[in-house]
Design a protein around this ligand. Structure first.
Ligand code: COA
Length: 349
């Protein structure tokens, strides 16, 4: 059975740099608070009309395809991870298929938020291993800036997130012990509502004790997105930051150790850990808990903020471009986020 290898990787971030200081025009916040709590100095925001989640994903994809030494016409499957799609439906995968003039290949969208890219990578890995596909394009991209509450009310969430995209092309390799060694996926829906964007949705407050206020006034159940939701800012993401932090610092090490254990390896064998860039304090906590040195962990949240499904491929691409990941290196990708879902992938580069 072949293994999958990352044959090409690319990233794209918008040119527009937004500093912490820039955000103070819109909300009561300050550079010291943001840096101390999250490590973030600046992030990128997409152009309002010229750049979408898909167009950013396309830019990253074109680089990954070229570096893989292949063409868009040779791609035989697309997996696109995002929580900020261009349309509620259809997904971004088909927009990529159209824009790159691909053959009528399968296109799958993944909705696993911060661990979306790792879920996508794992799905693609299975298709390569079974021999079903030979060139799979995996993209993680987000345009968060279009859906955040930039008033003081939303500051605990808005200061954290940024826009960008990363992509890889997976191909089979017969080289023993090379490529993706294993992937590990987990979820616990118990806390689904503590890091979530409830609307638009069909929930009608079914999962909470909140009364569904103006439902009775509607002639039929057409309450996908109501004026009331907008008036109460229920169309923005909600996050209980401290609760997320507490769970993340437990689940990150757990899923990294699971990957290492399954392959008979230990943290000292790791050349590079690429953690999802949720918060620099979370990454530092994980590094310390696992006894890893600064050279064994790559962080770039300082420049880009948390780009959710794009953060792992962006960090992986940057680390590789900077020569911090070389052939034969043991690389672990790990993520944790909304759901909760968490995941890891262990790769012999
Ligand atoms: N600027 C200034 N003050 C802010 C602020 C901001 N952007 N956001 C929140 N505050 C205020 C709060 O209103 C609160 O004020 P109060 O004490 O007067 O009520 C105070 O700062 C502390 O808020 P709290 O939420 O307890 O802060 P915290 O130390 O937990 O840090 C996070 C908040 C969000 C940075 C932190 O909880 C975190 O990083 N959690 C993990 C989030 C994460 O990783 N999300 C992505 C998941 S993939």
């Amino acid at each position: 059975m072949p293994q999958s290898k990352i044959a090409g990787i690319g990233m794209y971030v918008p040119q527009n740099v937004v500093t912490n200081q820039d955000l103070t025009q819109y909300m009561d916040t300050n550079d010291a608070w943001i840096q101390e709590r999250t490590g973030i100095k600046e992030r990128r925001y997409a152009h309002r009309t010229d750049e979408t989640t898909t167009t950013m994903g396309l830019e990253a994809a074109k680089i990954a395809i070229e570096r893989a030494g292949t063409t868009a016409q040779d791609i035989d499957f697309v997996v696109f991870a995002t929580l900020s799609p261009d349309y509620y439906f259809p997904g971004c995968g088909v927009l990529v298929q159209r824009a790159l003039k691909m053959k009528e290949v399968g296109a799958l969208d993944i909705r696993n938020q911060c661990s979306g890219f790792l879920y996508a990578l794992s799905v693609a890995d299975q298709f390569i291993k079974t021999g079903m596909y030979k060139n799979i394009l995996v993209i993680g991209a987000e345009k968060h800036s279009f859906g955040l509450d930039f008033s003081t009310r939303g500051r605990n969430v808005s200061v954290i997130f940024g826009d960008g995209a990363g992509a890889v092309v997976l191909q089979p390799t017969e080289e023993k012990g090379a490529g993706i060694l294993s992937t590990h996926l987990h979820s616990d829906g118990e806390s689904a509502e503590i890091l979530a964007m409830y609307n638009p949705g069909t929930h009608a407050n079914h999962w909470t004790d909140e009364p569904y206020a103006d439902f009775d006034d509607a002639p039929i159940a057409q309450m996908f997105m109501s004026h009331q939701m907008i008036d109460h800012a229920q169309n923005f993401p909600f996050m209980d930051g401290p609760a997320v932090f507490k769970k993340a610092v437990v689940k990150f090490p757990e899923v990294i150790l699971e990957a290492l254990d399954q392959n008979g390896l230990s943290p000292k064998d790791l050349n590079m850990l690429i953690p999802h860039q949720a918060n620099l304090r979370i990454s530092q906590f994980v590094q310390q808990k696992m006894g890893l040195t600064d050279d064994q962990v790559y962080n770039n949240i300082q420049q880009y903020g948390n780009t959710t499904a794009a953060s792992v491929p962006i960090a992986l691409c940057e680390a590789w471009e900077q020569g911090k990941i070389k052939s034969g290196d043991l690389v672990c990708l790990a993520a944790f986020g909304s759901g909760f879902t968490w995941a890891s992938a262990l790769i012999r580069w």
